[in-house]
Design a protein around this ligand. Structure first.
Ligand code: GDP
Length: 197
């Protein structure tokens, strides 16, 4: 898919204030600092569209971007940000659950996982929650340039194996590096495929 236009639309405090659900929507989420903003900017070919972490995790807003006048890309606030207060965490949980369960045009959520680490409980817990809510998702292993290829493969395999303990089917997965600009075409190709369905 060629990205012709990508524009920031709006940041919403909850799902009801999001733009009209009249276009297919793809959301990105992950642990704070996983590389979400960098990946979104790589995908849309604009280094400044999503804000890379200056104040990570502070804003709890749903950020909508309109791509090619044809689909929405959504930047969701990440999880696991230690400096959030308990009430901010509760607010995050409520907002994310509502958005994921009620947003009718949400086609897929990309869950970002740091490829440098072995499976982390916080990511597995979030994914299992998606399963309970029946939200379609895929996995994106980020920052692949930071370790050797063998190390990345080992961590991806370990993550999928961990999932096999509870999941019958495994979701699609992608490996990305914003430094090497890799993984972009595969993700855009997948979105194109889903848009055509
Ligand atoms: P966010 O908090 O999930 O939005 O993460 P950011 O996109 O702000 O990235 C967090 C940090 O990781 C920044 O210092 C980025 O430059 C760095 N980063 C993100 N993606 C990559 C990557 O693919 N490779 C490398 N080497 N660093 C990355």
């Amino acid at each position: 898919m060629v990205i012709k236009t990508a524009e920031y639309l709006i940041s919403s405090p909850d799902w009801e204030k999001c733009p009209k659900p009249n276009l297919p929507e793809y959301a990105f989420i992950g642990r704070s600092n996983v590389g979400k903003s960098s990946l979104i900017n790589l995908i849309v070919n604009n280094e400044k569209l999503a804000k890379t972490s200056g104040t990570p995790g502070k804003t709890v807003l749903i950020n909508h971007f309109l791509i090619n006048q044809a689909w929405y890309l959504v930047d969701l606030p990440g999880y696991g940000f230690a400096k959030r207060s308990m009430s901010q965490r509760k607010q995050w949980e409520r907002m994310i659950e509502d958005y994921l369960r009620k947003r009718q045009n949400l086609v897929n959520i990309f869950v970002l996982i740091d490829s440098r680490h072995s499976p982390q409980k916080i990511d597995i817990d979030f994914i299992n929650q998606l399963g309970e809510w029946e939200v379609p998702f895929s996995l994106v292993f980020t920052k692949a340039d930071k370790s050797t290829q063998a190390e990345v493969s080992k961590n991806v395999k370990a993550f999928l194996n961990k999932m096999r303990e509870t999941w019958q089917f495994l979701p699609p997965h992608f490996v990305t590096s914003t430094v090497k600009k890799s993984g972009r075409d595969a993700i855009l190709g997948y979105i194109e495929e889903l848009n055509a369905q």
